[in-house]
Ligand binder design. Structure first.
Ligand code: F58
Length: 832
């Protein structure tokens, strides 16, 4: 309902502009403490101060959000919709203050009122609606989309529980639910934006007035999707985009009044709870698909609500359907939203009455699909029976899509029956399965991998046949990136400030290639000194965090060696901890005089294991068991410490990345699609040790191979090596064997606890090539030690690396998507 012209003047006079200046901030802050929170200066603790600060900033954000949305609607240019089941946002307050450019204002204001801004920022609970890289990438993309003024929305699920909190108890991982919605000032519930989502039921064919057969999906049950909007501020621009998260509730109110009035209380409440279960919890698996019905329900619920919303917005413009792809680009973050393809086809054919072919043309021009993994266990497949039961009409449409696709393939490859079997969207297994990645390829106009090697691998392995069918142009690469706002400016304010003082401003935060001028300073003594001081201060901060949380004292003058990421056999934390044991044994074997000459090291690990991933949990246990022995060994002292940091998450990453000297990105070649923490660590002035995998390869190309420590076998040799392990002779590296024997002696506790980890290497084919890479890994770590001893050279390497990291900004990455996949232009506020 829009206000009549005559009343708009009064309306405009009454409009607020949000606070400006310190005084304005303080007024808003106190107003929120005293009215919104109902407190006073006599009971305003840090948590209340956090709430009031956030609310003051939220008020600002929503005004920019309103203006942005109004302009985008008015100009009505093409929008991009990023569909992701995960958005690993982390904290919002610091980011909002920096992006709006009012952090200093808030700092002074908070100090006036009796608070330290750092303490206030730390009150915030992370928004942890994601598992790892894929979810964090989505969050970086939102930041870049807004910062570059692209009209863009994210769509996701508003999980009541994000990724679990990890506690380490007696060296074992325990999972604690992450209830994060107690107080969330960053979301706007839109109780008027709801969609009824249908499940189950049956399909009836009927003939319409024109004699055409149409399918009607009826019966089953309805669940209501309610929108919650999260404003996404761009950096140094008024553009504020929207992240819309859907929450599920029982359709038509709290519970079924009929049942309630009939005295059937339990059943009416049960229905309500069943509906709410859909958005209750994030599935905590990283690179594994388990095929649970509730997961499929989550996917359809979110996809159907989002598409309804997108289509509703498009229809307001009254344009013909043929213009849909000119107005709408939808990016599928992995296969989780693939049902969107089927849903749009259903809307166009069943509801809007378009002919199949016209609808399909629109659908395929609209979607793009990003693949994030080649690991077979992570490729999504759903039993046909389950899809049939939950979404009967969608299964029919999938079968039709497959039929037309296979007919075309047969025409192009008439003599290749096996090709049809291989590329069919339906796998003829027992039970039959829907292959979601194949459906995503067939329903999209572009498919991309996330780093060069990965994009090549998908073309030559899992999607090889599709390259033959569609030609190579459908497949492309967009190497991942990270936002320099959060991962440099916010996480490492002192380094950011030093850089901007030498480059003459903050421009590099919007054009990261601007960093390259730093290279001239790589040999500047004074600059190196300031650089080292900042690194040291960051290490002191991490050392304090380690002491406070894990009770371990570490010396910040040691080399900090960090591996933080989800725990997975392919990421090879086991290789790292075996290497640590090797180092420990070597130190023990030395004479005291020789020992004194060694470089002190702290090995820092962190990361969550999926609750059902037993082997990953054993790896965590071994790391802690080694730490327990090494850290109290008087012979060793500061020469080696081993720490497992509890509950690794985005806000901890912001403390850890700036404090690393060397970080480990050591996946078996060909298994890590890209990796993005490798980029974060280098951007923060740390060097990396890594395999020739994922984005490590491009990082090497950019920063130069003398600034990175590469080791291990190449992706092209992995298959042969695995073959030899299974069918040829498999000898274990002798140094690794010594490590195994030490574990088996009971040096780190009950040997039986670790026997499966050892057996995986010795007896079960060493799928991840731990033994094959061990020697090269150990030798390369020796080179790291040597290089670190020459601090001048080391710091120069760090400076040069940072200077050459411009390519890895998510801004570059988003611009590539915009140009080669979405065909979309920025819409700056000043253009309107
Ligand atoms: C990650 N995938 C890749 N998946 O492993 C990493 O190399 C890449 O840098 C990153 O994506 C961004 O492209 C990843 O994080 C998941 O966590 C999925 C969650 C849902 C189940 C399947 C795995």
């Amino acid at each position: 309902a829009s206000i009549p012209e005559a009343q708009r003047e009064a309306w405009k006079r009454a409009q607020t502009t949000g606070f400006r200046g310190t005084e304005g901030f303080e007024k808003e802050f106190v107003r929120h403490v005293e009215t919104t929170l109902g407190r006073s200066m006599f009971n305003c603790d840090e948590n209340a101060a956090y709430s009031a600060t956030s609310l003051a900033f939220r008020d600002r954000l929503i005004l920019d959000w309103n203006r942005t949305q109004q302009r985008q609607t008015y100009i009505d240019s093409k929008r991009v919709y990023y569909l992701s089941l995960e958005f690993l946002m982390g904290r919002a307050l610091d980011n909002a203050m920096l992006n709006i450019g009012l952090k200093d204002t808030a700092k002074v204001g908070l100090a006036d009122l009796g608070f330290r801004i750092e303490d206030i920022i730390q009150q915030e609970h992370d928004a942890a609606l994601g598992n790892g890289g894929l979810g964090r990438l989505a969050a970086c993309f939102l930041d870049s989309l807004a910062s570059l003024d692209f009209p863009a929305w994210g769509y996701g699920l508003r999980y009541r529980y994000g990724i679990f909190k990890q506690e380490i108890i007696d060296g074992y991982q325990m999972e604690v639910p992450d209830y994060w919605l107690d107080f969330n000032p960053w979301e706007f519930p839109r109780h008027d934006v709801t969609v009824d989502i249908q499940f189950y039921g049956q399909v009836r064919k009927q003939t319409d007035d024109t004699g055409k057969t149409v399918s009607v999906w009826e019966g089953g049950e309805l669940v209501e999707a309610v929108a919650y909007d999260v404003p996404i501020p761009g950096y140094d621009t008024p553009t504020t985009n929207n992240l819309r998260l859907w929450s599920s509730k029982a359709s038509g109110g709290e519970f079924d009044f009929q049942k309630f009035n009939n005295g059937d209380y339990e059943s009416s409440v049960a229905d309500q709870q069943r509906a709410e279960t859909i958005s209750a919890v994030l599935y905590p698996n990283d690179n594994l698909e388990r095929g649970k019905e509730l997961r499929l329900k989550q996917q359809y619920f979110w996809v159907a609500a989002s598409l309804y919303d997108i289509v509703r917005r498009f229809k307001k413009s009254k344009r013909p359907w043929s213009e849909f792809p000119d107005q709408v680009a939808i990016q599928l973050n992995d296969t989780h939203p693939t049902l969107a393809i089927v849903e749009l086809q259903r809307i166009l054919v069943d509801i809007e009455g378009l002919a199949w072919d016209q609808a399909w043309e629109i659908v395929t021009s609209t979607f793009g699909y990003t693949n994030h993994t080649v690991l077979p266990e992570a490729l999504e497949k759903w039993p046909v029976g389950l899809v049939q039961h939950l979404l009967p009409r969608h299964l029919q449409i999938i079968y039709d899509i497959n039929l037309f696709f296979l007919q075309a393939v047969e025409k192009a490859f008439p003599d290749d029956r096996d090709m049809l079997r291989r590329v069919s969207i339906i796998e003829e297994s027992q039970p039959k399965m829907v292959r979601m990645a194949f459906l995503a390829i067939v329903g999209s106009h572009k498919v991309n991998g996330v780093a060069e090697l990965h994009s090549d691998l998908i073309k030559t392995t899992i999607f090889k046949d599709f390259v033959e069918i569609y030609g190579p142009d459908k497949f492309t690469n967009v190497t991942n990136g990270i936002t320099p706002r959060r991962w440099l400016h916010q996480a490492n304010p002192r380094l950011s400030e030093l850089i901007s003082s030498r480059l003459g401003g903050n421009g590099f935060l919007k054009d990261l290639n601007g960093l390259n001028k730093l290279e001239l300073l790589a040999d500047d003594k004074e600059f190196r000194k300031e650089w080292s001081e900042i690194k040291y201060a960051n290490k002191v901060r991490l050392a304090k965090h380690i002491k406070d949380t894990m009770g371990v004292t570490v010396n910040p003058a040691s080399l900090f060696d960090v591996q933080v990421k989800r725990i997975h056999e392919y990421k090879r934390q086991q290789l790292n901890i075996f290497g640590v044991i090797h180092r420990y044994l070597a130190l023990k074997a030395m004479k005291p005089e020789e020992r004194k000459k060694q470089l002190p090291r702290v090995s820092i690990f962190g990361g969550k294991a999926a609750p059902g991933y037993w082997m990953a949990k054993q790896i965590i246990h071994l790391i802690n068991a080694v730490g327990a022995v090494v850290n109290k060994d008087g012979d060793i002292g500061d020469l080696l410490k081993v720490v497992f940091l509890e509950d690794y998450n985005v806000s901890k990453a912001e403390i850890i990345c700036p404090a690393s000297d060397i970080s480990e990105h050591i996946s078996t070649a060909g298994t890590e699609a890209s990796g993005t923490s490798n980029m974060k660590f280098v951007l923060n002035g740390g060097l990396i040790i890594g395999t020739c995998d994922g984005a490590n390869i491009e990082i090497t190309r950019e920063i130069g191979d003398n600034n990175i420590f590469l080791f291990g076998n190449l992706a092209e040799d992995v298959e042969d090596l695995r073959h030899t392990h299974t069918y040829g002779s498999h000898t274990i590296d002798p140094d690794l064997d010594k490590v195994f024997k030490e574990i088996e002696k009971g040096t780190f506790g009950t040997p039986h606890d670790f026997s499966a980890m050892i057996a995986a290497v010795r007896d079960h084919g060493d799928y991840y090539l731990v033994s094959d890479d061990f020697h090269s890994y150990i030798e390369t770590h020796k080179l790291v030690d040597e290089a670190y001893r020459n601090q001048d050279d080391w710091v120069s390497k760090c400076i040069i690396s940072v200077a050459r990291m411009g390519f890895f900004s998510s801004d570059r990455c988003i611009n590539e998507y915009a140009e080669s996949i979405w065909n979309i232009e920025p819409l700056a506020m000043k253009d309107c």
